[in-house]
Design a binder for this molecule. Structure first.
Ligand SMILES: [Zn+2]
Ligand SMILES: [Zn+2]
Length: 178
């Protein structure tokens, strides 16, 4: 008991320190550096991140979280399943869905409902917007300034979690058309 308590305090300390670095990168450099910061964290034992969020670190959950941290493409559950099942044939579709549910409930992963009928997943849980390109089908991130969220909400309401969805043509497809 004492051992596990000491470990979790230690983990919390090192996680806190790492997050300070990442948030600084985010404030200085924007979302790309935030994501790169998250990837840097992977070197710092993904299972301890799960434990510190109250998630029992099974191999499946760790692999799903690792996949999301290293693939900021907002994959669907099916994409994650296809990617992981080739590496781990014992993983079932149900296991992947269950792992995603646990990670979402723990606040480590967020659901992106930008496309009707299919959920996408994102390990970046900070407020940011999403843009779905109707040509290349990719989902892009963009920054949302805190004051923009407050301005969009009715007076007196305080937004905590913010996401904005846009669909259209991305810059790459736009330039290819010229
Ligand atoms: Zn595009
Ligand atoms: Zn995103």
């Amino acid at each position: 008991m004492v051992g596990s308590r000491a470990l979790s305090l230690d983990t919390r300390y090192s996680m806190g320190y790492n997050f300070v670095i990442i948030i600084t990168l985010y404030l200085l450099q924007g979302i790309d550096f935030y994501v790169r910061g998250l990837i840097f964290l992977i070197g710092h034992d993904i299972k301890s991140i799960l434990t510190s969020h109250g998630v029992r670190p099974t191999q499946q959950r760790a692999e799903v979280y690792h996949y999301l941290l290293t693939h900021s493409i907002h994959p669907s559950a099916d994409t994650i399943y296809k990617a992981l099942s080739s590496k781990y044939p014992v993983f079932s579709r149900t296991t992947i869905y269950n792992s995603l549910n646990v990670l979402v409930e723990a606040g480590l992963v967020r659901i992106i409902n930008i496309r009707a009928g299919e959920q996408h997943f994102d390990a970046n849980t900070e407020n940011h917007g999403h843009f779905l390109c109707l040509k290349c089908d990719k989902i892009y991130d963009f920054d949302i300034k805190e004051d923009l969220l407050s301005r969009l909400c009715p007076t007196g309401y305080q937004p905590k979690v913010g996401d904005i969805y846009f669909t259209g043509i991305c810059i790459n497809c736009n330039e290819n058309e010229k």
